[in-house]
Design a binder for this molecule. Structure first.
Ligand code: GLU
Length: 472
């Protein structure tokens, strides 16, 4: 039996200054499809637009991919670096008779379109040079155009859209090589995909209309068409095209808002693809499950609540040391202070209680304030309200009980419960000021967790700072 060809996919972003969330989703689909089948996932930077394609714009894509953990095989390919090869294929198409020289000038074409518009005719440009005798060719600059069929249909078999039929009468003789010798995107994308060995083209459905035109190049060169899967756009929650109005559209914005990459991957995978009713899943599951049959034909709507919910689940389920690493990376990209190794050690100790119910890293860090803050703890406004004279007195009286308690969860729970019972106090009457004294805020892990993490000496010191009279 013939061995199945190795799957090769790619993401081919145009550097525009930032990495759009839609590009990230397309990259993820390509990555999942290839990696789940032992295939290769390649990156090509479509940097032929020299004005927009700055090194910074390319860096933004590389950073976005790295943050999302979408590793690609080999070095990123620069499309611009391959212009000579594109031109070579254009010449080959010319020599095969599949392309022709068109001497029409920009002005002539613009005038034709203008006239067609006023007369209500099709503006599809039909070059007068298509069948011209080469003997009549002027000594002037020319573009190379493909000789597109004018009759019949071109059928594209798409894994998501199904069988899509295009009327050849609607196809123009697209330009392959401009009169200045530069290749067009239509040509470059095909030549690059073929040379890179791409077997599956998974991309946004805004490229579906380009596909019959690109297929002409494959056919003329005798190349095998790749498998196509055109995935629907991402819409905002209101059903309109996702834009700044709805919230962040750049991958790095999500990184800076503190969403974990694993949660982002999970959410982006769900954006237009489903596996039964599964919402939360791991990378391993996604790699195992991902396929074209789960991709929806309808556009997906971005749901910020769902993203947060999934991110919370990924934070809660992550390994403590992985989380610490991610939090430090998050602090670094946001320019925040990096905690000392001592504090990092404490964060690791307390991670078990910090990671519960935090949907983003800033939420987790807020809960970690009792670790990150130094004495004397400055209570915020809300916390200060639970530190009136009566509350301070309660903390003062609690102190010897904590001094004598065995420093374990049971020991601490017993000591506080007994104290509450003796004084006929509700637990909240003790926990609230204790929380304020230990953390200076109200959104914290439980007081027992905090005491266990910072230890007995630090706990007593913080209480003394608040009570204002160190016990002897
Ligand atoms: N450079 C194109 C884009 O950013 C992608 C081309 C393709 O995937 O074929 O939309």
């Amino acid at each position: 039996m013939a061995e199945a060809k190795q799957v090769v996919t790619r993401i081919a972003p145009s550097p525009t200054g930032f990495m759009h969330i839609g590009t990230a989703r397309t990259a993820l689909f390509n990555w999942l499809y290839a990696r789940g089948r032992g295939g290769k996932f390649l990156l090509r930077i479509e940097d032929t637009d020299r004005q927009r394609s700055t090194p910074e714009a390319t860096q933004a894509i590389l950073r976005g991919m790295a943050w999302l953990g979408l590793d690609h095989d080999g070095a990123a390919v620069s499309q611009f670096g391959r212009v000579e090869r594109h031109a070579e294929v254009a010449q080959e198409l010319l020599s095969r008779g599949a392309a022709y020289k068109c001497f029409s000038t920009q002005e002539e074409i613009a005038a034709f379109r203008e006239a067609a518009r006023t007369e209500g005719r099709s503006t599809l440009f039909r070059s007068p040079w298509r069948d011209a005798d080469p003997a009549t060719h002027p000594d002037a600059p020319y573009a190379l155009r493909i000789r597109a069929p004018r009759e019949g249909e071109t059928v594209i078999d798409d894994q998501v859209q199904g069988t899509v039929t295009f009327r050849n009468a609607d196809l123009d003789d697209m330009i392959l090589l401009r009169s200045d010798g530069t290749p067009t995107y239509m040509l470059a994308v095909v030549v690059d995909d073929v040379d890179m060995g791409v077997t599956h083209v998974i991309r946004g459905d805004d490229h579906l209309a380009n596909t019959p035109r690109q297929s002409l190049i494959y056919a003329a060169m005798g190349w095998d068409l790749p498998v196509y899967a055109h995935i629907p756009l991402i819409l905002g929650p209101d059903g309109k095209k996702l834009s700044k109005r709805h919230g962040a559209t750049g991958v790095e914005e999500y990184q800076k808002m503190g969403y974990p990459a694993a949660g982002m991957r999970n959410y982006l995978a769900r954006l237009g693809w489903s596996h039964g009713d599964d919402e939360f899943f791991t990378d391993a599951q996604a790699l195992d499950w991902f396929g074209f049959d789960g991709i929806n034909k309808a556009a997906a709507r971005f749901d910020f609540k769902k993203l947060e919910n999934l991110c919370g689940q990924h934070i809660a389920g992550a390994e403590d040391s992985d989380l610490l690493r991610e939090i430090l990376a998050f602090l670094k990209v946001t320019g925040a202070e990096i905690p000392t190794s001592e504090v990092q050690e404490l964060l690791l100790c307390g991670m078990y209680c910090l990671k519960e119910r935090a949907k983003t890293f800033p939420e987790l860090i807020e809960k970690a304030e009792f670790i990150l803050s130094d004495r004397p703890i400055e209570p915020d406004e809300k916390a200060a309200r639970s530190l009136d004279a009566e509350a301070r007195a309660i903390l003062g009286e609690l102190t010897p009980h904590l001094q004598n308690a065995s420093w374990s969860r049971n020991g601490l729970e017993d000591a506080v419960a007994r104290f509450a019972q003796d004084r006929d106090l509700k637990l909240g009457k003790i926990a609230q000021p204790l929380r304020a004294a230990l953390a200076g805020r109200t959104a914290t892990p439980s007081v027992f967790d905090m005491m266990l993490v910072i230890g007995q000496d630090e706990t007593l010191d913080r209480i003394r700072d608040i009570v204002g009279h160190p016990a002897t």
